[in-house]
Design a protein. Structure first.
Length: 114
C-alpha cells in the first residue's frame, strides 16, 4: 500500500484548505483511513478517521471545522479544513492500517498565518 498526500500550503487564519490522499493497492474500501498531524515540537496526533462505511470521528480540536471523506471508487480520502487557526499549523499525514502494518503518506505541510 502506498499513500500520497497533497493539498497543503499557506493560508490565512479563517481560510480553508483541502487535503487529499491517494492510495494504491487493493481493498481500499475495506479499511479505515485516518489523518494525523504533527506540529513542530509536538507529538503526532490523530485528527480524523473514517470507517469503510463512511462513519467519521474527529479530535475535539477540529470538530465542526474539519470534514473527512472518502471516495472508494477513486481510492482517495480527503480532509476539508475550514476556519483554520494558527494552531492548525502542522505536517498532515494520511494513514491506514492493514492487519498489523501501518502505512503513512509522506506528509503535507499546512501553515496558517495569523
Amino acid at each position: 500500500v502506498q499513500l500520497q498526500a497533497s493539498g497543503g500550503g499557506l493560508v490565512q487564519a479563517g481560510g480553508s484548505l483541502r487535503l487529499s490522499c491517494a492510495a494504491s493497492g487493493s481493498a481500499f474500501s475495506s479499511f479505515y483511513m485516518n489523518w494525523y498531524r504533527q506540529a513542530p515540537g509536538k507529538q503526532r496526533e490523530l485528527v480524523a478517521t473514517i470507517s469503510s462505511g463512511g462513519r467519521a470521528n474527529y479530535a475535539d480540536s477540529v470538530k465542526g471545522r474539519f470534514t473527512i471523506s472518502r471516495d472508494n471508487s477513486k481510492n482517495t480520502a480527503s480532509l476539508q479544513m475550514s476556519s483554520l487557526k494558527p494552531e492548525d499549523t502542522a505536517v498532515y499525514y494520511c494513514h491506514t492500517k492493514r492487519l498489523s502494518n501501518d502505512y503513512w503518506g509522506q506528509g503535507t505541510l499546512v501553515t496558517v498565518s495569523s
